[in-house]
Design a protein around this ligand. Structure first.
Ligand code: NCD
Length: 304
């Protein structure tokens, strides 16, 4: 079944039929990956435009396209691009759409993805727009939850850290709103709590959530989603320095707990390395899942 959208800028666009289709296709793509790839997208070109730092998202988009036999053209580093010369996002998009069959863009400005999608001639994917959204990360997070827990419905989800500026937790919360009987615990210092756009959405969906500022009471959960304090979003660096070490999850915290530990990565001290060897530490498996999920999206958006 085709997806309900041509461009993906926000997880709020997705229907349950969309997530079902993407998760099923991603599972199929794991099989394709195990065989070393396919030529499904041979002759197709992905333009990967990264105007903000990225390692996993960019490399997994590229790996996804290459595994499907497609090719990738890139523009990265704001200072090397025509945006730096003053070109508008709209003009850049109109131009790139003449070169490529599909576009993925990361940009520091919230709302940049909507502006790009509004004029894009070819399918457009938001790979992170400042503190706004990161829908492909949320889809790979969803795929990971399903794989690790065998279900999504009914889970107790804790999200910890920079919930204000962390786009991954915004996108994931909206996506989980498509499922049933979930409950949420949001753990953040008062300066970095979940934005109202997310809490009001969950309230509307009648999904219960509590907001606290201590990690310990949140550990009795099914999924413990840790996040990095988003240094690059702070206008005042001393504020970042004050908050950067607010939570550190250690193996001791997890003794006797059943939580699956996730993190979009990179981590900078939120998870001690002694957690890495626990079977419940899913964050590197989560990063790997970025490839089949992005393969699935590229294929579906290109009509395969
Ligand atoms: C996240 C992002 O860029 O928002 N990283 C990623 O895409 N895996 C999380 C982060 O940078 O903290």
């Amino acid at each position: 079944m085709p997806l309900s959208f041509k461009h993906l800028t926000s997880t709020k666009q997705l229907t349950r039929a969309d997530t079902d289709a993407i998760l099923a296709k991603a599972a199929e793509m794991e099989g394709t990956m195990a065989k070393g790839g396919s030529d499904l997208l041979a002759g197709k070109i992905l333009a990967a435009l990264f105007y903000e730092a990225s390692t996993r998202t960019r490399l997994s988009f590229e790996a996804a396209m290459l595994r499907l036999g497609g090719q990738v053209i890139t523009a990265d580093g704001f200072q090397f691009s025509s945006l730096y010369k003053g070109e508008s996002i709209e003009d850049t998009m109109r131009m790139v759409g003449q070169y490529a069959d599909i576009i993925a863009m990361r940009h520091p400005e919230q709302g940049s993805a909507d502006r790009a999608a509004a004029v894009s001639l070819v399918p457009f994917i938001n790979a992170g727009d400042g503190p706004g959204q990161h829908p492909t990360q949320a889809l790979l997070d969803l795929f990971t939850i399903q794989k690790e827990r065998r279900t999504i419905d009914g889970l107790k989800i804790a999200m910890v850290g920079d919930l204000r500026y962390g786009r991954t937790v915004h996108s994931l919360s909206f996506l989980l709103g498509l499922y049933n009987n979930l409950s949420f615990t949001f753990v953040a210092p008062k300066e970095l709590t979940m934005p109202e756009k997310v809490t009001s959405f969950l309230a509307e969906k009648k999904l219960p959530f509590v907001e606290i500022d201590r990690l310990e009471p949140a550990l009795e959960c099914d999924v413990l989603y840790m996040t990095r304090i988003q240094q690059e979003r702070f206008a005042d660096h001393s504020e970042y320095e004050r908050l950067k070490n607010v939570y550190t999850l250690t193996a001791k915290h997890l003794q006797g707990k059943k939580a699956t530990v996730m993190h979009p990565l990179p981590r900078v001290g939120e998870i001690a390395t002694d957690v890495d060897s626990l079977p419940s530490a899913a964050y590197f498996r989560q990063a790997r899942n970025g490839v089949p999920v992005r393969m699935a999206l590229l294929a579906l958006l290109l009509g395969f």
